[in-house]
Design a protein around this ligand. Structure first.
Ligand SMILES: CC(C)(COP(=O)(O)OP(=O)(O)OC[C@H]1O[C@@H](n2cnc3c(N)ncnc32)[C@H](O)[C@@H]1OP(=O)(O)O)[C@@H](O)C(=O)NCCC(=O)NCCS
Length: 84
């Protein structure tokens, strides 16, 4: 993808929990598994989101905003998680 870092990394695709099941720990469990995998293999994580509220969610799991841009006119945030 155009904004992906040039360094080797794992690109996390969109994470979504059914609207009626949010805030019950499901998304957090998915991210815990994801970052455990990153740490096991020593990989950098990278993701893109167009949801400002999701930026705070991903921050909880070690991701930090490394860039912002409009993609097809929509503001997007690019987030990276360093390797362990
Ligand atoms: C973002 C999303 C995946 C979170 O899933 P979830 O199952 O509701 O999350 P959890 O209940 O596991 O919450 C995990 C932690 O993140 C926090 N959190 C959850 N949603 C949050 C939000 N929108 N903003 C800030 N913090 C959030 C919770 O408070 C919780 O923190 P805690 O462990 O200190 O209590 C879910 O809200 C969703 O599907 N949203 C719509 C799609 C989306 O925006 N996806 C991300 C962009 S690709």
């Amino acid at each position: 993808m155009r904004h992906d870092p040039s360094e080797p990394h794992v690109h996390l695709g969109p994470v979504s929990v059914d609207r009626g099941l949010r805030r019950q720990g499901i998304g957090g469990l998915l991210l815990i598994r994801h970052v455990a995998h990153l740490d096991t293999v020593g990989a950098v994580g990278y993701l893109e989101t167009d949801r400002p509220e999701a930026v705070d969610f991903y921050r909880r799991f070690g991701y930090a905003v490394v860039g912002e841009a409009k993609v097809l006119g929509v503001p997007c945030w690019f987030m990276r998680r360093p390797s362990a």
